[in-house]
Ligand binder design. Structure first.
Ligand code: ZN
Length: 181
């Protein structure tokens, strides 16, 4: 093998260079005049050019958000005082006996039964438990209507709205809100 530049015999490994744009196989002396390329051992230009296997984005686990986490906001039923009285009488309990059971003042119970006072949720729950009645219910529909879609006030009810409303009313009646345990 001879040098393509100077014509001298190449000992050892020939150099492959680019001189003035031409690829030449040259001796080590002449290789200094050009840019050495190593075709025999092509360097991997870059490993990053390899087609990357794009893995699909990790699936985001859809967190189940509790749909009804508003158990705290229960309201007393309309006729709680009647329910309490009737249930108490049904169980044959006097105000005194009921008061002892739930550790409340008799006067308080009397006031509640005459609707002079409304029991708070804690007391109502106690009464529910002892008397086996339903005193607390989720807040009335008007207050909890989802206000996601602000609707123009002037808008008239569509048939769909009426069906929705009826459905809601029905659901409200059908589903027992909380079973006294
Ligand atoms: Zn040469």
């Amino acid at each position: 093998m001879r040098c393509e530049v100077c014509g001298a015999k190449i000992f050892g490994k020939p150099f492959k260079v680019i001189i003035e744009g031409a690829k030449l196989t040259v001796c080590s002396q002449c290789s200094k005049h050009g840019t050495i390329i190593w075709e025999e051992e092509p360097k991997p230009k870059s490993a990053t050019t390899k087609t990357k296997i794009v893995s699909p984005p990790p699936k985001i686990k859809s967190k189940k958000t509790p749909e009804t986490a508003v158990e705290t906001s229960f309201e007393l039923v309309e006729n709680f005082h009647i329910k309490i009285r009737q249930a108490r009488e049904k169980l044959g309990l006097s105000h005194e006996e009921l008061g002892k059971k739930i550790n409340e003042k008799v006067s308080l119970l009397k006031k509640i039964e005459t609707r002079k006072m409304t029991p708070d949720n804690k007391l109502a729950t106690k009464l529910e438990h002892v008397l086996k009645v339903k005193l607390l219910a989720p807040p009335s529909e008007e207050k909890t209507l989802p206000t996601k879609i602000p609707q123009p006030i002037s808008r008239e009810l569509t048939l769909g709205d009426i069906i929705q409303l009826n459905k809601k009313e029905k659901e409200k009646e059908d589903s027992p809100q909380r079973k006294p345990s």
